[in-house]
Design a protein around this ligand. Structure first.
Ligand SMILES: Nc1ncnc2c1ncn2[C@@H]1O[C@H](COP(=O)(O)OP(=O)(O)OP(=O)(O)O)[C@@H](O)[C@H]1O
Ligand SMILES: [Mg+2]
Length: 251
């Protein structure tokens, strides 16, 4: 099966700073992959590279079998950035309709995307008059309306209350169930449990790619945050990545 995303020897520098330092990984289609790592570890830079808006210093990324950034991928890849890009002077519905129009979406698609993020009651509300959580869900609806096969979400649950966060993860699971590939970044480790596979990033290096169960086992804790910290410590103690198997470590 063609991976949804395949990165080989990916290096990205910005100015003189090396941001991503030799990443190799593949993302299985139709699953939720979590991109986890501390602030500044390179999550957004990696997402930008996959979307094709980041210049690579070395290496390659293929998305749905085509080089990242290929124009024909525009309709297949949805990207919700960390800072929501929504028109504040337009209503919820007008925003989603506008983004949908770029992908040939119908009125039914617009209604469906708004319903998928639970904003039916607020369709006519101006985006400027929404709460923070509602506002961020509008940008998610704007990405959903195009029915992308790969959906890239940069910290979509930041600022959401626990109930909304749980609801959103349910929607992500439903999307994956229907065949969409999701790549979701977070620095909240407890969210890792909702993912099938995790990419653990630190300082621009991929520490491991593993399932939440494997993380818990290898990090010797059911608390995924502790487990991650354990793996970080282990890597710090042994530059040769002792304790993490070869196949799961980027060189
Ligand atoms: N335009 C830029 N020029 C130089 N360095 C940059 C630029 N943008 C980001 N960086 C640096 O690259 C590193 C990775 O940034 P990135 O935004 O990818 O991290 P992140 O993991 O998404 O962090 P966060 O969790 O805070 O969003 C950081 O050290 C950041 O300061
Ligand atoms: Mg970021």
């Amino acid at each position: 099966m063609t991976p949804a995303v395949k990165a080989v020897g990916l290096h990205v520098s910005r100015g003189r700073k090396k941001i991503l330092r030799g990443l190799d990984f593949a993302i299985e289609p139709g699953r939720i992959t979590g991109l986890l790592g501390p602030s500044g570890s390179g999550k957004t830079t990696l997402m930008r590279s996959i979307v094709g808006v980041q210049r690579l210093t070395a290496g390659t990324i293929e998305v749905l079998g085509r080089p990242a950034g290929t124009p024909s991928l525009r309709h297949n890849v949805g990207y919700v950035t960390q800072a929501p890009s929504v028109y504040t002077d337009l209503s919820v519905e007008a925003n989603v309709r506008y983004f949908g129009a770029m992908h040939g979406a119908t009125a039914a698609d617009t209604a469906e995307a708004i319903a998928a993020v639970g904003l039916e009651a607020l369709v006519r509300r101006k985006a400027a008059d929404l709460s923070g959580g509602e506002f961020s869900r509008v940008s998610l609806a704007c990405a959903l309306v195009a029915h992308p096969s790969l959906l890239i979400l940069d910290e979509p649950t930041v600022g959401l209350d626990p109930v909304l966060r749980a609801e959103l993860w349910e929607r992500f699971a439903a999307l994956a169930e229907s065949g969409t590939t999701l790549l979701v970044s977070s620095h909240v480790m407890e969210e890792a449990s909702h993912c099938s596979s995790l990419l653990l990033l630190r300082g621009g290096l991929l520490l491991a790619q593993l399932s939440p169960e494997e993380l818990s086992e290898r990090g010797k804790s059911h608390d995924l945050e502790r487990a991650f910290l354990h793996i970080i410590q282990e890597t710090d103690d042994a530059p040769a990545h002792r304790g993490v198997s070869e196949s799961q470590v980027a060189s």
